[in-house]
Design a protein around this ligand. Structure first.
Ligand code: EPU
Length: 417
């Protein structure tokens, strides 16, 4: 299994380009099912989750090809309607084919995702939304079996603003008969990007990015042509924390700052200088890192996907920081590993208290999920001595060429296969 060997305490400097967003690309690739013919997408990141989505769409009968960030997807010959257990267990986002398959073909069989390292993550809201649209849904032998002759518009209220739930219902509603209203919808930029892609395919959607989304169903959609994915705000935020924790100075190119308001605001509170110009976003440390409290919230709140990396930064802050995770019930798996590097963190329920220390010391640590892995990289880059990060396949799910990008910034990092 691949591991990363990092010798820390180097100030990382230079510039990098932010990749396309993983969590925008995944639903957008799934949306190609809604239209027959060849769709093309640009700025798709080269990640394990993207190749898993490619495998899933190929399994359904699509022709998937990927080169230099450009994906071409021909869905003319979709002949299977099943997302099998083996693919769903490696990537929960596989559930994003449910809405499109049901809307276009009236049937779908999707393995029910189990719990995962960060929480139980049920999909009850996806299913009850589709039921409201007239789908008949059964759970059988670990699979969701959904059928509908033609979905019909409905009023759907989400108890919790779910990102992939909003995406699944929005995709399903594009081909439903009548109008669908999604209330308490997720407002994440990835939801807006999917809506923009669907609109480019001929869908009638308004309100994406707000809490009420309205979709008027149409009879058919045309394939997307060269639709370009938004930059990955979590990758950008992760590199900002890397600039900060290493006392470095990094220029992030092709990054969309207005998707990062909460993260930038908290970094500035922590003493990090974030300069925005037409060249890009420059992150550097002014004097010392000061402690800041954070509470994860749905967008536009502080993203749960940045909590672990921010916690790594707070390990070296002056003072004590209180970090509250409110989205997932088990997203503190990185804490025990950060402690192996000397961090002073205690957890009580969904709250972690981080007492800043002078230095972290390199250690062998284990990656447990994508963002936990990223936090270990952030910590290892600042730590004194050598760290070995095991199980980095988690990292490869969501960070494009992270070791190459870090090397370019001056990191001493080796991937051992
Ligand atoms: N929830 C339910 N029922 C549902 C759906 C969600 O109770 O039917 C709960 C979840 O258990 C959680 C909360 O609602 O407590 C929010 O979960 P959400 O559905 O929004 O999460 P998701 O759609 O499964 C996406 C991202 C995650 C990101 C979350 C939150 C994708 C492919 N995944 O997951 O990304 O953490 O939204 O922003 O978009 C990552 O990239 O590392 C990652 C985990």
């Amino acid at each position: 299994m691949d591991k990363l060997i990092i010798r820390g305490s180097r100030k990382l400097k230079g510039e990098i380009e932010i990749s396309g967003s993983k969590n925008a690309a995944l639903p957008i690739l799934a949306s190609s099912i809604l239209a027959g013919g060849e769709s093309t997408f640009l700025r798709i990141p080269d990640l394990r989750d993207i190749s898993t989505m490619g495998k899933l769409l190929s399994h359904l009968g699509a022709n998937f090809s990927f080169k230099d960030g450009r994906v071409s997807l021909d869905t003319t010959n979709i002949k299977s309607f099943e997302a099998p257990y083996d693919l769903v267990k490696t990537m929960r986002a596989s559930v994003l084919v449910l809405g499109p398959l049901l809307a276009r073909y009236g049937r779908a069989k999707v393995s029910l995702p189990g719990g995962c390292a960060i929480g139980q993550r049920p999909i009850n809201l996806h299913l009850s939304g589709l039921e409201k649209m007239g789908a008949n849904i059964k759970l059988e032998s670990g699979y969701v079996i959904a059928k509908a002759s033609r979905l019909k518009g409905a009023s759907i209220y989400f108890d919790i603003p779910t990102v992939t739930g909003t995406e699944n219902i929005m995709m399903a509603a594009t081909l439903a008969k009548g109008i669908t209203i999604i209330e308490n919808a997720a407002k994440e930029p990835e939801v807006v990007d999917l809506a923009n892609c669907l609109i480019s395919m001929g869908a009638k959607i308004s309100g994406a990015g707000e809490s009420i989304i309205e979709v008027e169903g149409v009879d058919e959609l045309k394939p997307a042509t060269n639709y370009e994915i938004i930059p990955d705000r979590i990758e950008a935020g992760t590199f900002m924390t890397i600039a900060a924790i290493t006392g470095g100075n990094i220029l992030l190119k092709k990054c969309k700052v207005d998707h990062l308001d909460a993260v930038i605001s908290k970094l500035r509170d922590a003493g990090i200088s974030i300069d925005i110009s037409e060249k890009g976003v420059r992150a550097s440390l002014k004097n010392e890192i000061t402690s800041v409290d954070i509470k994860t919230m749905p967008y536009p709140g502080f993203p749960t996907d940045m909590q672990a990396q921010f916690m790594a930064l707070m390990c070296l802050a002056k003072g004590t920081s209180v970090i509250r995770e409110t989205i997932f019930e088990n997203r503190f798996m990185h804490v025990a590993e950060l402690r192996r590097m000397g961090a002073n963190i205690t957890i009580e329920g969904g709250t972690a208290t981080v007492k800043g220390i002078d230095k972290l010391i390199g250690a062998q640590v284990m990656a447990t999920d994508l963002r936990a892995s990223a936090s270990l990289v952030v910590a290892a880059l600042a730590a004194k001595g050598e760290s070995i990060i095991h199980r980095i396949y988690h990292l490869d799910r969501g960070y494009e060429k992270i070791d190459e990008k870090l090397k370019k910034l001056g990191a001493d990092i080796i991937r051992q296969i």
